[in-house]
Design a protein around this ligand. Structure first.
Ligand SMILES: Cc1cc2nc3c(=O)[nH]c(=O)nc-3n(C[C@H](O)[C@H](O)[C@H](O)COP(=O)(O)OP(=O)(O)OC[C@H]3O[C@@H](n4cnc5c(N)ncnc54)[C@H](O)[C@@H]3O)c2cc1C
Length: 315
């Protein structure tokens, strides 16, 4: 497919940087039929790949009021690609190979130059979170009903793999978005899903997954944290450790024993929002690598969360 982009109608604009130079670079990489001379006129014909890459990298924003004047040539799959471009909703319609290229371009341009600094500084990279939010990358981990792309596990893994190649901390941010959301996806009620999943799919909220304790790792049944039912609430007491995203998460999926005699079967998961009274962070975990991720102990001292009947047994 080829696109005729009308420069004169301001159908797109550069968000930052030197669009022309960047365009040429990408065009050369993907073999697009465009060069500076063509770009100098008031319209340009380019092959779709370069445009897709620029859209994905956030360099071109397609203005829905000024639809691109496209001139599709009859080609297999062209319908999908056209939607990708004109709706700027690119991630819903790409296949694994295309997604790999899109994420690769994004990470090499925007994350790789920061990776060493992120690890050396021990600081959580909120700018990377913001990038994932802007580009809809968190949405790859969620179904469409939750506001995600609904594109499945393979594409999510492809994205995590590409990000991790340039920055392990940034890869962990995506992986923990899934890990921390999984309990809600699997076992929450519809009401709970509606409350939390869209905020997780957009990346507005980051989650944490809290299973490990000082005395229980692989053997999770040895956990000591307990949740006691009191009327319409559960009251949590105990502690967790090694919890990734602690301190940056808005919600924590916390595992606790509701029936200590029942071993694994006596464990339930609770969503504890970060501002829950009785919940606080303990000591910071010191790490040898992947140091931009955060890790803390968690402390629960009569932390109260609303009881919710009707959830699913996801064991
Ligand atoms: C950087 C980092 C981030 C983490 N993030 C999180 C998080 O976000 N949330 C969370 O809940 N946890 C987190 N953890 C904890 C992690 O999941 C645990 O470290 C892991 O489950 C192993 O538990 P453990 O360290 O207590 O080791 P143990 O369970 O004590 O195991 C020690 C060793 O014994 C072996 N072993 C254990 N049981 C057996 C057995 N029955 N037979 C033979 N060998 C056995 C293990 O394979 C291992 O080699 C994190 C840990 C780290 C280091």
């Amino acid at each position: 497919m080829e696109l005729e982009l009308g420069f004169d109608r301001a159908a797109y604009w550069a968000r930052s940087g030197d669009l022309l130079q960047e365009f040429e670079l990408l065009s050369a990489k993907v073999g697009a039929e465009a060069d500076r001379d063509v770009l100098g006129r008031d319209a340009v014909v380019v092959r779709d790949r370069a445009v897709q890459l620029l859209v994905a990298a956030g360099r071109i924003v397609v203005d829905p009021r000024e639809r691109l004047r496209d001139r599709p040539r009859p080609r297999r799959g062209h319908g999908l690609r056209r939607r990708v471009l004109v709706e700027a909703d690119h991630l819903r319609d790409v296949d694994a190979r295309e997604l790999r290229d899109l994420v690769r371009t994004l990470t090499r341009e925007r994350i790789a130059p920061r990776a060493a600094e992120i690890d050396a500084s021990h600081e959580f990279p909120w700018d990377v979170v913001e990038l994932f939010r802007e580009q809809g990358i968190f949405g790859l981990l969620f179904d469409e009903e939750a506001g995600g792309t609904g594109t499945g596990t393979l594409l999510a893994l492809v994205a995590i793999e590409e990000v991790s190649k340039v920055c392990a901390t940034s890869g962990v941010i995506l992986a923990v978005q899934e890990l921390g959301s999984l309990g809600i996806k699997l076992a929450a009620t519809d009401e709970q899903k509606a409350r939390w999943l869209p905020q997780l799919a957009s990346g507005e909220w980051l989650p944490a997954y809290a299973l490990t304790e000082p005395g229980s790792g692989s053997d999770s049944a040895a956990m000591r944290t307990e949740a006691r039912r009191e009327g319409d609430e559960y009251v949590l007491n105990g502690g967790k450790r090694f919890i990734t995203n602690a301190g940056v998460a808005s919600l924590y999926v916390v595992f606790a024993k509701t029936d200590p005699e029942a071993g694994h079967a006596g464990i339930s998961a609770f969503v504890v929002e970060a501002d829950t009274p009785g919940f606080r962070l303990g000591s910071k975990e010191r790490k040898m690598g992947i140091r931009g991720t955060t890790g803390y102990e968690l402390v629960f001292e009569d932390a109260r969360v609303p009881a919710c009947d009707g959830h699913t047994d996801a064991t």
